[in-house]
Design a protein around this ligand. Structure first.
Ligand code: GLN
Length: 537
């Protein structure tokens, strides 16, 4: 008798080039399976040797996504959470670094009983164990994205591991290969050769894809699907077209148009479909997203703006709240180094200003100027993490006249350490995984802007920072009209600050954008945009 698993496994590999949107495809599959009433989990393997993405430069790797249990993960986990409305944990993102760390620890303990430790079977067994850890009776499907591109040296152990899983559980494993069909402008035609090569490469290591998801600039024809089918040995109804869309949130519907979820269920011989409203809710979100009854522009003043992937979750949180309010929100990415006391022209025309998170002192003075400009001109201003610290420094310097006030992150000798590192953090030498990370509770004072937004008195939000508001200065700030409306009940740390009498001049030490979902936009983003609309009238 063949062995069976409690959960069906869908592996997604990528071919030809990176950045094809494997994460969005995995997440979209999650949406359509949820749409048929099934429970879905999603995980990602990242073939790099870093233990996590926490120490990686956002310029290279995009945003570091923080899970509620404090793991610093790949930004694709953000897509997963947003699409399937489910919180991920540290178990959902596994890197080569994590796998090797675990194997080496076992070797040092003597767990391998004198054997030579090798990629096959020890590394591959560790990879498989990370997958089986998420096989759970509660979940019908586990979608597993293999990062990187087929043919990369780094991906090989992962591909070998999933090949072995297919051998162990043939009835419970599906392989989907995401590939590119480039359109060659000079000859006005699509080319299938890269896809053929990529599938050949997969087959060489023993994996025959069950489905092909073909990324392309525009819709591919039936003839082209036939050609891909023939050369790649995948039946034509299992060649799925994934052309570019106006919004990434349209991808699930594009897949559904081709009955992808039904084909997956057929593949696994699943005949019972359950009831679910998920796709309808998704469609409603999309309709509102394109409804555009009003229009605003938000300036995001940051330091990683040339690659907006660095602020991916903020952009999406703005999108979710905008859709909810049926507003078309344009985002201007403004390099903070371009703003000076004398020249704040880059902020002209902005209806709202958002100052996001960040590390290091480059561009800080420009952000402080942006906060000052917003405060003095009653432009709604939202500071997130580093952004909250910036709003505090602006008030210290320009309202409380604390000349040279700063965060000790940027000026260790500042006369006014309004933002400072916590005592226990000072001794920490390792950079990876040592910040204040993950969920912490926050108590919200009634009658404040924060309470108006949340409508709740106790919330949980995700963190990633080392520095904090220095409570020694609390009373002085309060005398200038600052309300510390959110406090962590565990240690009295300031989590939200706002300015009395201002429409919206609010900072939070946590990252609200990480909990915003298309189907459940974040209250602070909704309130921010509402206040922008009020200020604009
Ligand atoms: N650099 C600041 C700190 O460590 C802010 C971090 C952030 O914005 N994520 O406290």
């Amino acid at each position: 008798m063949t062995k069976r698993l409690d959960t069906r496994l869908i592996f997604i590999t990528g071919g030809v080039i990176s950045s094809l949107g494997k994460g969005i495809t995995a997440a979209s599959l999650g949406v359509i399976l949820k749409g048929k009433g099934f429970s879905v989990n999603i995980m990602k393997f990242d073939p790099y040797i870093n233990v996590d993405s926490g120490t990686m430069n956002p310029f290279q790797h995009g945003e570091v996504y923080i899970t509620k249990d404090g793991a610093e993960t790949d930004l694709d986990l953000g897509h997963y959470e947003r699409y399937i409305s489910r919180d991920m944990t540290s178990l959902n993102n596994v890197t080569t670094g994590k796998v090797y760390n675990a194997v080496i620890e076992k070797e040092r303990r003597g767990d391998y009983l004198g054997n030579t430790v090798q990629v096959v079977p020890h590394i591959t067994d560790e990879i498989k164990s990370r997958i089986y850890r998420l096989v759970d009776r509660k979940d019908d499907f586990l979608i597993c994205e293999i990062g990187g591109t087929v043919g990369d040296i780094e991906s090989l152990p992962f591909l070998e591991a999933i090949r072995q899983i297919k051998l162990e559980y043939p009835a419970d494993v599906m392989f989907i290969h995401l590939t590119l069909i480039p359109f060659i402008r000079s000859s006005e035609e699509f080319k299938t050769k890269p896809t053929q090569h990529s599938v050949n490469e997969l087959r060489r290591i023993g994996i025959q894809p069950d489905f092909l998801a073909c990324r392309s600039e525009r819709e591919i024809s039936k003839e082209l699907k036939n050609k891909v089918s023939l050369f790649c040995s995948v039946s034509v109804d299992r060649v799925i077209s994934v052309p570019d869309q106006k919004s990434i949130y349209e991808v699930p519907l594009k897949l559904e148009e081709q009955d992808f979820s039904v084909k997956i269920l057929e593949f696994f011989n699943i005949t019972q479909i359950r009831k679910s409203d998920y796709i309808n809710s998704w469609k409603k979100f999309l309709n509102d997203f394109f409804a555009h009854e009003k229009e605003i522009t938000i300036g995001i003043v940051g330091k990683y703006v040339d690659l907006t992937d660095s602020y991916m979750s903020i952009r999406e949180a703005v999108n979710h709240a905008s859709s909810y309010l049926k507003v078309r929100t344009g985002i201007e990415w403004i390099e903070s180094a371009d703003i000076t006391e004398k020249d704040r022209s880059k902020l002209n025309g902005m209806n709202g200003i958002l100052i996001p998170g960040g590390f290091g002192d480059r561009g800080i003075e420009g952000m402080i100027q942006a906060a000052k400009y917003a405060r003095e001109n009653d432009i709604p201003c939202f500071g997130i993490c580093l952004g909250m610290q910036i709003l505090i420094i602006d008030i210290a310097r320009h309202v409380l006249e604390m000349k040279g006030a700063n965060s000790t992150e940027f000026d260790a000798k500042t006369p006014y350490k309004v933002i400072d590192i916590q005592e226990h953090q000072k001794k920490i030498k390792d950079k990876g995984g040592t910040q204040r990370l993950g969920h912490y509770p926050c108590k919200i004072t009634k009658g404040t802007r924060a309470h108006e937004a949340y409508g709740e008195s106790l919330i949980l939000e995700r963190h990633r920072h080392r520095f904090e508001f220095n409570n020694e200065f609390k009373q002085r700030f309060e005398s200038a009209g600052v309300i510390f409306s959110g406090i962590c009940p565990e240690n009295e740390l300031v989590e939200i600050s706002e300015m009395k009498g201002k429409g919206f001049f609010l900072g939070c030490q946590f990252h609200p954008e990480l909990q915003s979902r298309p189907l459940n936009p974040h209250p602070l983003f909704i309130n921010f945009i509402e206040k922008i609309l009020e200020a604009k009238i």
